[in-house]
Design a protein around this ligand. Sequence first.
Ligand SMILES: [Zn+2]
Length: 181
Amino acid sequence: MTFPSFPKPCAVKEMYGRCVKPHCRDSHEESKSYKIQKYLMDAKKTVDIAAQAITSHQIADVLEKLAKGGVRVRIIRDYDNLSLLKGTEKVSALQKFGVQFKVNGKLDPEDPKTMFVAGIFHHKFVIVDSKVLIHGSGNFTLKAVLQNYECAVATNLPDVVGKIQKHYNNCWESFDNAILK
Ligand SMILES: [Zn+2]
């Protein structure tokens, strides 16, 4: 998949799922971001997300549905990009449904309000059921879908998916839960 898409997807539809703008000239066809959502919606057991930032409410809604349906959803994101979903409200809602969050750091055992962060968590990938990997240059943001020049590749090659899953699991073990600012 490559971005930006032509014809240009409708930003209103991307944001809210449908467009109510009269005479809107943008495309209302199934967008590439919807294709990524469909991969997620196929999940039966697990979804593991690594992302520097997530601001797409549509992705958040899909994750909420999956978590409610019993899929284990884990998210690791970059500590310095905690502007996830424009605030903590949605994160708290997702947590209520069992979505687990971590950031690229370790809490200071002496002071649980301080986090030691090493390096930028620059990853952008999703693994569905340990079988499908979607890996690309973009974060889960509207900008990545509507404006930016990005690409993403989906693969089910067991060797590739297995290695990235192992890396994800190692990251998960070595990081702490996110402090919500
Ligand atoms: Zn529209």
